[in-house]
Design a protein around this ligand. Structure first.
Ligand code: NAG
Ligand code: NAG
Ligand code: NAG
Ligand code: NAG
Ligand code: ZN
Length: 532
């Protein structure tokens, strides 16, 4: 069969070269592009300001493969070839790699990883806001092992704080910012085993309003907030959407009462969300679904805003604080789409996530706002074959496999897409693989894909973003963000005379040891000027 392969490859090369862009055949195209990139980098100066604001964007399960494929898709959705498109996150000047393992597992989950990058301490699988001496699901082991997050450190520093997610707000990533829980699954009190209640543990929803005073809360998860049987306002006839609490508490009402005297809005739909004026609103809680939000491709824009809009609203509300803010934005359903083996959904979620990053850059200033983009862990998606330039990233490789059947460029190591028909894989010849419900082939059958263990990227822009560099442990991210914004325990470099402002002179370099010297120097210079 070797000849078939040879002919195939020759055909591929012939077709490939006819598809290449004409300007790319000119070597000067590549040289001038590289020269311009080089020039930009040579003129790049580290930004050593204090970060007044920090925005952390977490793409849950956003592996590097996901980023590459989503970049191509983002370009193709704009009728470009895609490979050379530039996502917003691609423009960040500083990039590093992050080791994601947890204390007990080589490949981690979102709870252990969120505790690492938000609280600065690696911990065990399934545990939130506790150190590794706490045991998964054991309430008693939680006591005394709590660790706090940068959300709290920022609030303690009199900044405003917020969380935006596309999942339920009690889900692992957002929950690690405000709760301490031996189990990530204790969303509401009905999820706690009797022993955990007896030992004094409280559910994640209760902790949402009882721990750090959070200014902006946007996501899903209404059903964990209301008494059992409470009808959902959007799906009153759906039994599974009804309230789940056994203790009879209505956390939403309690939250509103706690904020009495402030302008605090609770909204659950687009109309009310749009009517929230950031200029006059102190607190916002927006819960758009009983559980997780819908995938971006399935979203009803008349009922729910996009992650771009929720990110914008959060920033506009938080931005009013002259001390600055900390905001966590999670693209939480990239991971969930991957778990279902749905490449289309995962990539569209990632594209929307990147647009949200773009919106954040539009609304903030690079001189005072540190923006960090990362993923918590990887997913077993691969991107393979020899597709032509400009070919749909959701399509099939031009060359068939040895079983004379086509295969998609995107596939999974494991997941629900594994299928054998009469002992061989299904023939995709007449299947449209570009639809939103298509499930990519997986080598090994699992009900849901597992996470995968290779490093993830961290990309950063703004004050002290050069700290996000090299190959680092995941818990380093919390420390670097805290250092950059002068919050948390380590503030030895943050002299009291240095306030986070736009003034280039008030920077961290001056604060670290050089502060006294530079002040002395300016006094001397002034004297010289006066007496000359
Ligand atoms: C892309 O091209 C199609 C077909 O030519 C057109 O209908 C669509 O509006 C274009 N989209 C954009 C974003 O330019
Ligand atoms: C609220 O927090 C306080 C102090 O952390 C704690 O003592 C109390 O049990 C918590 N209450 C609930 C209902 O979670
Ligand atoms: C949105 O929520 C408000 C407050 O509950 C309600 O009055 C309004 O009818 C809702 N809008 C829609 C379109 O459901
Ligand atoms: C499986 O093989 C049998 C016997 O060759 C054939 O009758 C049947 O149609 C095959 N099934 C599929 C789904 O291809
Ligand atoms: Zn996951």
């Amino acid at each position: 069969m070797a000849w078939i392969r040879t002919v195939g490859v020759l055909l591929l090369l012939a077709l490939g070269s006819s598809i290449a862009k004409v300007e790319e055949e000119d070597p000067e195209y590549w040289r001038s592009q590289a020269r311009s990139t080089l020039k930009t980098r040579l003129h790049h100066k580290p930004n050593t300001n204090v970060a007044k604001n920090v925005i952390l964007f977490v793409g849950d399960g956003m592996s590097i493969t996901t980023i590459t494929a989503a970049r191509i898709l983002k370009g193709q959705l704009r009728n470009q070839s895609g490979e050379d498109s530039v996502m917003t996150m691609d423009t960040f000047p500083n990039v590093g790699m992050i080791k994601t393992y947890s204390v007990d597992f080589q490949i981690p989950d979102s709870a252990a990883t969120a505790t690492a990058y938000l609280c600065g301490v690696k911990t065990n699988l399934n545990t939130l806001g506790v150190n590794a001496a706490a045991r998964n699901g054991v309430c008693k082991s939680q006591k005394g092992n709590e660790v706090t997050s940068i959300l709290k450190w920022a609030k303690d520093a009199k900044k405003s704080v917020g969380i935006v997610s596309t999942t339920r707000i009690q889900h692992a990533t957002p929950a690690a910012a405000y709760s301490h829980s031996a189990s990530r699954k204790w969303y509401g009190d009905a999820d706690l085993p009797a022993s955990a209640k007896r030992d004094g543990c409280t559910d994640i929803s209760a902790q949402l309003i009882n721990n750090t005073d959070i200014d902006v809360i946007i996501g899903g998860g209404r059903k964990y907030m209301t008494p059992r049987g409470t009808k959902d306002p959007e799906y009153p006839r759906d039994f599974t959407s009804r309230g789940k609490r056994q203790d009879g508490r209505n956390i939403i009402d309690e939250w509103q009462r706690m904020k009495m005297g402030k302008v605090a809005r609770y909204v659950w739909n687009r109309t009310d969300f749009d009517s929230v004026d950031p200029e006059t609103t102190d607190y916002l809680m927006a819960l758009f679904e009983p559980g997780d939000l819908r995938f971006e491709a399935d979203r009803d824009p008349k009922m729910d805003p996009s992650i771009v809009e929720t990110t914008e609203k959060a920033i506009r509300i938080l931005q009013k604080n002259k001390n600055g803010f900390f905001l966590l934005v999670e693209g939480g359903r990239i991971d969930q789409a991957h778990h279902e083996g749905r490449g289309f959904m995962a990539l569209h979620e990632t594209v929307a996530f990147d647009y949200a990053i773009g919106k954040a850059l539009e609304l903030t200033n690079e001189k005072e706002t540190l923006v960090v983009v990362t993923a918590d862990h990887s997913q077993p998606i691969i991107f393979n074959g020899y597709p032509f330039r400009g070919q749909s990233v959701l399509g099939k490789s031009p060359l068939w496999a040895q079983d004379f059947k086509p295969y998609t460029m995107l596939m999974y190591g494991n997941g629900p897409g594994h299928k054998l028909i009469n002992g061989s894989r299904p023939n995709l010849k007449d299947v449209d693989t570009k639809t939103k419900d298509f499930v990519q082939y997986a080598a090994v059958p699992t009900e849901s894909s597992t996470h995968s263990g290779e490093d993830v990227a961290v990309l950063a822009r703004g004050p002290m973003s050069h700290l996000f560099h090299g190959v680092q442990e995941q818990n380093y991210i919390a420390h670097a963000m805290a250092y950059a914004s002068c919050v948390g325990e380590d503030q030895s470099h943050c002299s009291s005379s240095v306030s986070p402002t736009l003034d280039g002179a008030n920077n961290l370099a001056a604060a670290t040891g050089g502060a006294h010297f530079s002040r002395l120097l300016s006094v001397l210079l002034l004297m010289l000027a006066l007496f000359h």
